[in-house]
Design a protein around this ligand. Structure first.
Ligand code: T4K
Length: 371
């Protein structure tokens, strides 16, 4: 294996180094390196335009906007969420002193099953935190109907959903608030980074206060804020990456089509298909292994790929609800989450990024096809 080139699950989108150097020179000359500087403001505006959203607030990562959203909406008691996500989703609920209540997923999308939400609502429920997992849109209409009926807040963890639209409209506009991650491993990255999307200027102002310790001006603190401001260097980096993100998404679409075409008749391997009306971002390519039909278990295939220098990832295994912090919760019981368990135990995310060559994609496919 040592002389085989490694294929990783992802590879970051990097700005042109010379262009970045030019912007760094500007920053050095201005000596304004953080705290709502020019590049921060420019990136917020450019993202509003690109994402077709009215207001956005940049953060230092994708976890802090989740924490801050729950704070801003004064969420208390129980929060209904999905176990099939990255741990940050549930951690943000826990860090706010709330109790996560897990509901099972819909196996057709990997997202929280709206049919199971109402049964999980109690007098202590105050919010729903769904995730558009792998960038696949949740059933935002049904979720909103339930939230309206029971007067619940909805905060979408949209960490994977950069640029995803449904019928020409950004899905980041759903719910009360949505959050994004701009981590190095995401479709659009600012190295570390994230954002919150809101509907109105007053909420944007409140969030901007909260991410700056609660300061409203030099001497007034209006709430128990935190520090989560994106600095100028990463904002400039983001501005440059935004120029090339459409090309990167196009490369991902091409790779997705190669995977789909070659895997469509492989018994025991399934994957998600294009959803009509959705502009996908192709952030991940999860496959699901049925060991009886495929002949190898998920883990056997996963380690076989590794031995061949192909580093897929088992996102999202183990389920959040099975981690020690959460496994004692009544809703974490395996009997409550059969679809989520099945998906977590069968998933492998195949390598997916803008730099993968057709030959590398073929190497991944050969590893799966040749048994
Ligand atoms: N909500 C959801 C639904 C999320 O998925 C996430 C994060 C969050 C909230 C929280 O957002 P952040 O606070 O993280 O912004 C990654 C990411 O760290 C994490 O952002 C992401 N979700 C999660 C799903 O995956 P790892 O542990 O898989 O990353 P790592 O370091 O193993 O990298 C994977 C591969 O990427 C490497 O094998 C090679 C490549 N890579 C990675 C890095 C960091 C590079 O080529 N260069 C790099 O700099 O967690």
């Amino acid at each position: 294996m040592s002389d085989i080139k490694t294929i990783t699950v992802t590879s970051p989108l990097l700005p042109d180094l010379e262009e970045f150097h030019e912007l760094l020179t500007d920053i050095w000359e201005s000596k304004w390196i953080t705290n709502n500087g020019e590049f921060h403001r420019r990136l917020e505006q450019a993202l509003c335009d690109y994402l077709k959203v009215p207001f956005i607030s940049l953060f230092t990562n994708g976890t802090l906007p989740l924490l801050t959203a729950l704070q801003a909406l004064r969420v208390k008691g129980e929060v209904i969420t999905t176990p099939y996500s990255f741990v940050a989703t549930t951690h943000s609920i826990w860090w706010n002193g709330c109790e996560p209540v897990f509901v099972d997923i819909d196996p057709k999308t990997g997202n929280m099953d709206p049919d199971r939400i109402e049964a999980a609502i109690t007098p202590r429920t105050s919010a729903i935190m769904p995730v558009h997992v792998y960038g696949i849109p949740c059933d935002i209409k049904r979720i909103q109907e339930i939230a309206d009926k029971y007067h619940l807040k909805v905060i979408y963890d949209a960490a994977h959903a950069f640029g995803v639209e449904y019928n020409g409209k950004s899905i980041l506009r759903a719910g009360d608030l949505s959050t994004l991650s701009f981590h190095a491993t995401k479709v659009f990255n600012t190295i570390e980074g994230g954002a919150m999307i809101m509907h109105d200027a007053a909420t944007k102002e409140k969030i901007d206060f909260l991410k700056n310790f609660g300061f409203a001006g030099e001497t007034e603190v209006v709430g128990p804020g935190i520090n989560s401001k994106m600095d100028e260097i990463r904002s400039a980096y983001g501005l440059l990456n935004l120029k090339q993100v459409d090309d990167a998404i196009e490369c991902r679409r091409h790779i997705t089509n190669l995977y789909r075409e070659s895997l469509k008749d492989v018994e025991g391997i399934s994957f998600f298909h294009e959803i009509p009306g959705v502009r996908h971002n192709y952030s991940y390519f999860p496959i699901f292994v049925d060991s009886d039909k495929y002949g190898l278990s998920r883990d056997e295939l996963y380690y076989k790929m590794k031995e061949n220098g192909i580093f897929g990832r088992r996102y999202f295994y183990p389920l959040i609800s099975s981690f020690s912090t959460y496994q004692g919760l009544p809703s974490a019981n395996k009997r409550n989450l059969p679809h989520a368990y099945k998906m977590a135990e069968s998933v492998i995310c195949l390598p997916m990024h803008h730099r993968l060559t057709d030959n590398e994609v073929q190497r991944v496919l050969d590893c799966i096809l040749i048994r």
